[in-house]
Design a protein around this ligand. Structure first.
Ligand SMILES: [Zn+2]
Ligand SMILES: [Zn+2]
Length: 244
């Protein structure tokens, strides 16, 4: 499998990076993790064939992770002419948030029926599901109130396990990322403690309890981007491809 960072940025375009979106492609699986407001631009810039994407796993409903849904959906309808089924997976409230984000972005659009089979699947924390070849386990993240629930994901497919977290530190991350082949973790600040976000120092203190085989840092603020050359871990960048 291959994972490409379509967007590795934060909500505010730090470093000129696009919002969070990762594209994973294997011999049979093809899915996105998050789809921020700028993600359709990123997908097209990287030449990703949108109609081949089977599933979109959404961690939470902030615009830099979910705000690309209206652009993706209307493009699928009118330009990509999608006929392939699509599943969007997310926390409880997904159906309601889907309608809200569509209506806010393009009034009237939530009532338009897509020409393909669209499934919105709401999961509870720790409720496992098997979707288009991907075993997904969501974990409860700590990333705000209201607007939740928020998820960290553990995704298993084609013999590999990857995890993505965007949350302040919570012991839920131990199970989400344990022994994963790839852990992609937000590290918003270097060691500054802020509510709702993770800093590299807090992650580092717990790494020996998570033991990921590979760690890649993403969703960095200017504070982190200014230290890129001296960070002791791999860091994401837009367009970067990882072999899994
Ligand atoms: Zn974010
Ligand atoms: Zn967020």
């Amino acid at each position: 499998m291959q994972l490409q960072f379509i967007g590795s940025g934060d909500a505010f375009g730090s470093g000129g990076r696009f919002n969070t979106c990762f594209h994973v492609k294997g011999s049979a699986v093809n899915f996105l993790i998050d789809i921020g407001a700028s993600s359709l631009i990123g997908l097209k810039a990287q030449g990703v064939k949108q109609n081949e994407i089977q599933t979109i796993f959404v961690t939470h409903f902030h615009a830099d992770h979910f705000g690309g849904i209206p652009f993706f959906m209307l493009d699928a309808q009118f330009f990509s002419r999608r006929i392939e089924p699509l599943t969007i997976v997310g926390p409880t409230g997904l159906c309601n948030w889907y309608e809200r984000v569509m209506e806010t972005s393009f009034p009237g659009s939530s009532a338009t029926r897509p020409k393909f089979d669209l499934r919105l699947l709401e999961l509870q924390a720790r409720e496992q599901a098997l979707i288009a070849g991907v075993r997904v386990t969501p974990f409860q993240a700590t990333h705000g109130n209201p607007g939740g629930p928020f998820f960290a994901y553990r995704l298993e497919a084609e013999g590999k396990c990857l995890a993505y977290t965007d949350t302040e530190w919570t012991d839920e991350l131990l199970d989400a990322g344990r022994d994963a082949d790839l852990l992609i973790a937000e590290a918003y600040f270097f060691d500054k403690k802020v509510k709702l976000h993770l800093d590299l120092d807090s992650l580092q203190r717990n790494l020996d309890r998570i033991r990921p085989k590979r760690l890649v840092i993403t969703h960095m603020s200017d504070d982190m981007l200014g230290r890129l050359a001296t960070l002791p871990y791999e860091t994401a960048s837009d367009g970067l491809v990882l072999e899994l």
